[in-house]
Design a protein around this ligand. Structure first.
Ligand code: UFG
Length: 345
């Protein structure tokens, strides 16, 4: 039996594939390579080029392999771009995966793990944020993921889909083989490291007048390998312990959909300035910064309460911020020159 990992040639997809392989599972990575890299797919996983919105291609893949679960990570992830081009995000992140859900139904594949996001919460009333907090996205990216979560809930109710929506906070760090390479890069830690490496003259700090101790935004950084482990747990739970709440609700004819969302974070926030300070210690270099205006849509503070996944047995192991940054720095020094030449070629 195999797991279909959509977006398997991307940053988180490649690390999730690695974790599945180490767990002894067969991995089929489906990626349209619009943002992924074939060389990011770990040896041992099978790369199939294709799009989650292509029903014919999905039929081929579901016929070819004995797939018994799907981890869906293929998505556009740039919040700013989503504000400029909402339909691009709604189409790619919400509409196309509906074709995947239909293909799963046709081929009787029932287990689905969604890579969702803290962006579904918008501007939270309080932190740490629990899954029960109101979901009020403030950008099309967050909306596209929340709409897909809703589609999953309906599909669970009417078609027997078993799913978990994993709401990532700030994925960061690298394994020995897989790290972050977005083009263009917009995420804090890779940009800080590019600045440390002299590839950028300065890092722009987007606002220092937030209501936080040092005025810069606070985020909950979670090591990508810890994130990957949560996917294994989520899959195992779908197989072994289908959600009793939903079946009870369904049988009782309850109107509400049971939420099957899990936050994934360390429960500890670090400010932009704290990240820069930690990176200076890791890299042994001063990182030049300049103050820039606030980036639209940035909440001051996003910190997860991940009690639900912790109760399911999840134990994040790389929780130290310096350790997370050091893993990204190691990966960058070993792999980034090759990655860069590949991007420009
Ligand atoms: N930041 C800077 N300078 C930069 C880049 C980022 O100051 O050059 C700041 C941002 O303003 C923010 C923090 O660093 O306060 C973290 O920014 P990232 O872009 O690294 O991450 P986000 O918190 O904006 O986004 C992450 C994911 C998104 C997801 C979101 C959920 O990358 O995909 O969390 O809130 F939607």
């Amino acid at each position: 039996m195999a797991i279909l990992v959509t977006g398997g040639a991307g940053y988180i997809g490649s690390v999730v594939s690695e974790a599945l392989l180490e767990d002894g599972q067969e991995v089929i990575a489906l990626d349209n390579l619009s943002h992924g890299y074939p060389d990011a797919v770990p040896a041992g996983a099978r790369l199939e080029r294709g799009d989650v919105g292509d029903a014919g291609r999905l039929d081929e893949i579901f016929r070819q392999y004995a797939i018994d679960g799907v981890i869906h990570m293929a998505a556009f992830i740039e919040v700013g771009e989503s504000v400029r081009e909402p339909t691009k995000y709604l189409e790619n992140n919400f509409a196309r995966p509906l074709t995947l859900l239909e293909a799963m139904r046709r081929h009787k594949v029932r287990d689905f793990v969604l890579s969702s996001t803290a962006a579904v919460y918008g501007l939270p009333d309080a932190t740490p944020i629990a899954e029960s907090a109101p979901t009020r996205p403030i950008n099309p990216y967050g909306s596209s993921k929340l709409m897909l979560e809703t589609a999953l809930a309906w599909q669970a109710r009417s078609q027997g889909l078993r799913y978990a929506a994993l709401r990532y906070f700030n994925a960061a760090g690298a394994t020995a083989a897989s790290g972050e390479r977005h083009v263009p890069e917009s995420h804090l830690i890779p940009l800080v490291l590019e600045t440390a490496a002299g590839e950028r003259p300065q890092l722009a700090i987007f606002g220092d007048d937030y209501d936080t101790p040092d005025g810069t935004c606070i985020r909950d950084y979670i090591h990508v390998r810890d994130l990957a482990e949560a996917h294994l747990i989520a899959l195992r739970r779908l197989r072994d312990a289908p959600d009793a709440a939903e079946s009870t609700a369904r049988e009782a004819g309850a109107p509400q959909l049971a939420t099957r969302a899990y936050n994934l974070g360390n429960g500890r926030g670090f400010s932009v300035r704290e990240v820069i300070d930690a990176a200076e210690r890791v890299c042994g270099k001063k990182i030049p910064v300049r103050l820039a205006p606030r980036r639209p849509g940035d909440p001051a503070r996003l910190v997860a309460a991940s009690d639900k996944m912790l109760a399911a047995g999840w134990r994040p192991r790389h929780t130290d911020l310096e350790e997370i940054i050091a893993s990204a720095w190691r990966w960058k020094r070993q792999h980034a020159p090759a990655a860069k030449s590949q991007v420009s070629s």
